[in-house]
Design a protein. Sequence first.
Length: 132
Amino acid sequence: MEKLRAGTEPRALDEHDSKIFDNGLVLILKELHDRLDVAIAEAYGWSADLTDDEILAKLVALNKERSTEEKRGLVRWLRPDYQIPRFAKGVDKQAAKEEGAQVVTGIITTESGAARPGGPSNPFGGGGFRRF
């Protein structure tokens, strides 16, 4: 897959890589990865042809934005049914479960002050671009 992404034509692969290419159904796998990359880029509202560095810069900026929001108490729950009962303090749980709910709430933290794992949204988690 890496060699294809680097521009190597399948017919230019050596015998070892050609066998892996055929047995691993690499063209099918590449097509599925490409479709997934496009779908994820669309979900973020980004162009699908961003470079690795551009993706990383956008993810870092998004993480900073979300962190700032959460410090102000605005939480964008990804899985409200799971997260709110475990991590929200003093929130109208029914209102927060509504689709797309963004509520102001306290977040349960660890003794060090960090949010517990599995807590509020994290743009770095949950799968995504092949590059990560």
